[in-house]
Write a protein that binds this ligand. Sequence first.
Ligand code: SAM
Length: 317
Amino acid sequence: MEQRTRDRESSLVVLNGGPRPVTVIGKVWLVGAGPGDPELLTRKAERLLRLADVVVYDRLVGDGVLALAAPGARRLYVGKRKSTHSVPQADLNDLLVALAREGLQVVRLKGGDPFMFGRGGEELAACRVAGIDCEVVPGVSAALAAAASSGAALTHRGLAQAVTFVTGHAAVDENGRAGEPDLDWVALARPNQTVVIYMGLSTAPTIASRLMAAGRAGSTPVLIVENASRLQERRALCTLATLPQVSGSFAGPAVLMVGEVVAMAQVQPRPQSHHDEQWRSVELAGSPSAPFKPAHLVLAAELLDGEHPGVSRRGQA
Ligand SMILES: C[S@@+](CC[C@H](N)C(=O)[O-])C[C@H]1O[C@@H](n2cnc3c(N)ncnc32)[C@H](O)[C@@H]1O
C-alpha cells in the first residue's frame, strides 16, 4: 500500500511537469582522419573535430589533423605504444559508450577510413547495442592516397578492371615471427587486377612467394608507398621477385600495390606547392626541432640487379 502511494506520487510529479532528472546522452562519431595530410580531411570531419568534447585517436592519426580539435577538447590516445599492446578492442568499445553516456560528443578519430581495416564496424556495433547514437564519416584510405601521390591509377582500362584490398597481417607466433596471411592466393594472382595490401610489410616475402606460386609472374611490378601523403612519404618500385629484398628497407606504415598499373607510378617526389608548405608548417608547429625533409623517394630499381618491363626509373620515360 505504502508502495502504491509512492508510485502514484511519483507519477503525479511527472504528469505535473515537476522536477525530474535530465539525461543528456552524447553521441559517437567514427571519423576517418585520412592518411595524414590534413588537407585530405573531409570538411565534415574538420567541423566535428572542432566541436568534439573528446577525441579518441590512434597511432596513424597525423599531428596536423589532431591539431584541428578545439584546444579544450580531451584527447585520449588509444594506439599502440612502443613494445606495448594497443588498448583491447572490447575496452575501446566500452570507453566510447561510457564517454557518450557522460553526455559527451565523442569523435573517434581513425587513420584513413573507419571501415577499411579499421575495426570501425565493431565500434559501430557496440554503440548500437548500447543504444548510443553513432554516425560514420568516411576518410581517404591509405591505398587511395598512395595511388594518388604516385600517379598509379588503381584501375585503368586495359591494365586492371578490378582492385582488391587485402590485409597482409598475420598472427605472430610465440617467437615473435609473423605467420602466414590467410588469403586466397589463386584469386589474388588473377590478371587484370590491382591488389593493394595493407599491413603487408612484415609478411612481404611470404606474399611474394605465394603470389608467384599461384601464377603471378616474378616480373609483376610492385609499388611500396610508405607514409602516403605525409612529409616523410617514400616510394619504391620493384617486382614480386625483388619485393622480399626491397621491403626490408621500409618501416611503415606502408601499402604494397601489385599489378601492371604500377608501371604508371611516378618516381619523382610529388611537386610541392605553396599550399603544401602551409600545412607542413602547421604539422610541424610545436616540434621546432623536427627537421624539414622533403618527400624522399627510394629508387628501388637501383637496388635491383635486373630490369623489369613497364617500370620506369627516375628520368626515364
Ligand atoms: C589498421 S590499418 C588502417 C587502415 C586505415 N583505416 C585506412 O583506411 O587507411 C593500418 C595500415 O594502413 C596502412 N596505412 C595507413 N596509413 C598509411 C599511410 N599514410 N601510408 C601508407 N600506408 C598507410 C598501412 O598498411 C598500415 O599498416
